[in-house]
Design a protein around this ligand. Structure first.
Ligand SMILES: Nc1nc2c(ncn2[C@@H]2O[C@H](COP(=O)(O)OP(=O)(O)OP(=O)(O)O)[C@@H](O)[C@H]2O)c(=O)[nH]1
Ligand SMILES: [Mg+2]
Length: 304
């Protein structure tokens, strides 16, 4: 396990997607997260603001601002980002690696109850993570446009194993058990820490975690703790806000307010904002955009 963890830490290919919790900058940025691994070999595509020796070049104010609030993928100069490059309902800039986002076929491959039983090939994968009942399994069905590929339920604790789905015979979506079983029956509780955390720490082919956040409720500490844990462990993440269709009446807060509050809290932890996107598996919001985002991460992963 230590060997795997070390190789992930030393692998510079995805440093642009890593979000280490760090203090926000005062006058000048104390740490450029994207270029933290700048002394190692780095693909040319995102050597846009660091010299070969790793010394940061001066970024324009606009580029610096773009970097802090937008997700600027490899191959895009942050100083040249325009509004029409940002995917609607997200902070994600579309770059040259995006494409081939269509899902033509999906096959259930296997359920594993131990990380070491997961498929052994190195196809890239995206893992669904989030509180129980946040909509992980629904998001998978929504992405692949099939009703029952992943099993969903109104009751928390439905998914209890690591489930691999192979898409277009070339990449995986992984459904995981949820955390925070506050209202789940005792029988559905499990040791999430040793089970799922083991998967994250060992899975070399993990392109990004999709960390699902329920937009119909105010920010939850457990989600922020989870984001922190992923950041501290160098695990790339994208925030996917779910249930954006749920408009609470009366005193309830709207998804927009909850998302804004969540992001404000994230801004206090991270200098650069991880990619985020709004979705609803009821209205279809965000589907094509999320698939495009996943395609640019995947294609970059495949090509580097
Ligand atoms: N309104 C609305 N309901 C949703 C949405 N996504 C999921 N749900 C509902 O939320 C409930 C839980 O969905 P699941 O997909 O089973 O949640 P999960 O995160 O996989 O839950 P566990 O497997 O228990 O961890 C179901 O009743 C879904 O119909 C959404 O975008 N909008
Ligand atoms: Mg589930």
């Amino acid at each position: 396990m230590l060997v795997h963890l070390r190789s992930r830490l030393l692998n510079p290919r995805f440093s642009f997607l890593l979000y280490f919790p760090c203090p926000r900058p005062q006058a000048t940025p104390p740490c450029s997260l994207s270029f933290r691994a700048s002394t190692s070999r780095k693909p040319n595509s995102y050597r846009t603001s660091a010299t070969k020796s790793g010394t940061p070049l001066a970024l324009s104010e606009a580029a610096r601002f773009a970097r802090t609030v937008l997700f600027v993928p490899p191959g895009v100069d942050p100083g040249e980002v325009t509004e029409d490059m940002v995917l609607p309902g997200s902070n994600i800039v579309l770059g040259p690696y995006a494409g081939d986002a269509k899902i033509k076929e999906v096959d259930f491959v296997k359920s594993s109850n131990r990380p070491k039983d997961c498929p052994k090939d190195d196809r890239p994968e995206f893992a669904m993570l989030g509180r129980s009942n946040v909509g992980k399994s629904s998001l998978i069905n929504f992405l692949v446009r099939k009703r029952d590929v992943a099993l969903t339920s109104k009751k928390p604790g439905k998914t209890q194993l690591i489930n691999h789905f192979l898409v277009n015979k070339s990449w995986y979506i992984v459904d995981l058990p949820g955390y925070g079983f506050a209202n789940a029956p005792e029988s559905a509780r499990m040791d999430w820490s040793s089970f799922t955390k083991g998967y994250f720490m060992n899975r070399e082919s993990l392109v990004s975690v999709l960390l699902l956040i329920d937009a119909s409720v105010p920010p939850q500490k457990i989600d922020l703790d989870c984001a922190n844990w992923l950041g501290r462990n160098n695990i790339p993440m994208t925030f996917v806000f779910t249930k954006c269709d749920k408009m609470k009446g009366g005193k309830g807060r709207r998804p927009d307010d909850n998302i804004r509050d969540f992001q404000e809290l994230i801004r206090q932890i991270y200098w650069q904002h991880p990619p985020w996107i709004m979705t609803s598996s009821v209205t279809g919001l965000g589907r094509d955009e999320l698939l495009l985002h996943m395609s640019q991460l995947r294609n970059y992963w495949d090509n580097e």
